[in-house]
Design a protein around this ligand. Sequence first.
Ligand code: NAD
Ligand code: WQD
Length: 341
Amino acid sequence: MSQHVLVTGGAGFIGSHTVVQLVNAGHQVTILDNLSNSSIIALERIKKLCTGPLDFIEGDIRNPSLLEKLFSDHDITAVIHFAGLKAVGESVEKPLEYYENNVGGTTQLLKAMQHAGVKTFIFSSSATVYGDPETLPITEDSPRSTTNPYGQTKLMCEHILEDLDQTQDGWKIILLRYFNPVGAHISGTIGESPAGTPNNLMPFVSQVASGRRDTLSVFGNDYPTKDGTGVRDYIHVEDLAEGHLAALNYLLEQPDNTLQAINLGTGKGISVLELVNAFEQASGQQIPYQISPRRSGDIATCYADATRAKSLLGWQATKTVEDMCNDTWRWQSQNPNGYDA
Ligand code: NAD
Ligand code: WQD
């Protein structure tokens, strides 16, 4: 059944891929994005990949009058909330900006939704809410804890949504906990475009492969893992986008007062050196690296138990690490500077 979905942060990395899939599945989509970490070029590219119309509003989720007007002008039936700040290191330097944007922004959005009677909500959470896991793979019932302000904002939003579910009628909520999103659209026209030096492994590796950076620093090779380097559950952004469509379909069939936390991962752990090797294969380029000290706050290993997503949503990741590297490389080669000219 076609829905009118408000996608906050829909011009960003994960949002852009999800918007394309939503529109092409027949949903009506309105994007709300302040373009603080995305670009109008991304929007033009998204539109080209869409088989139907797409509505874009440039604005901020922290603007209550804009939200009120948006909900009164549009017959929105569900919200997918990607908008937020996401850099762990920056969150340590600027905690107030992170709390204001991620927690304050989410609260403003939920208030506007409550006022408008729109109560179907999909939230971009993160495996970061599991902190340093005691057991692997990580299930949704694993204990939650965080080690930095970014992680705190995600955990606080989860608590806010749990309180809403407990105390208010009519909400249908899914907390999607993403593991490590990578990859790009198969066209090579949309992808991840980090500003400045990338914090995350995949964009750094792809920029070394393309010659934009000289050497990758591998943060530690003395972890208790298969080759001593950190192990993560990398998931293709197109699989992640499909997970949002499956979550939306699931929520539409549920009775009111539903809240589910669901991991979106592949269930497989890949080490830093395995990813580097896979990227060398995909790109045909050598990726020079040096072993550097561990990065503060990093954990050894993190991968999902993805069985709940399969049983509740009928969703599972299908893309391989080769797909992730091939698609990232296509995006990187066609757009050496991301969306910047
Ligand atoms: P992104 O930065 O590419 O996209 C976020 C978008 O939100 C950007 O387009 C930005 O301009 C917009 N935005 C930020 N603050 C806003 C505001 N106040 N009002 C309106 N728009 C605003 O990030 P992404 O990688 O696509 O991540 C999307 C969501 O998923 C984020 O909430 C992030 O915390 C979460 N998440 C990301 C990852 C990851 O590794 N990429 C992992 C787990 C969770
Ligand atoms: C992966 C592995 C690094 C860069 C982060 C956030 C998390 C989530 C996803 C939003 C680790 C190693 C990295 C480099 C390296 N985001 N590495 N050299 O840390 O698992 O998760 O992004 O919710 O909250 O913390 O991802 O890609 O930064 O690191 O050796 O230049 O690559 O040590 O083992 P991480 P990452």
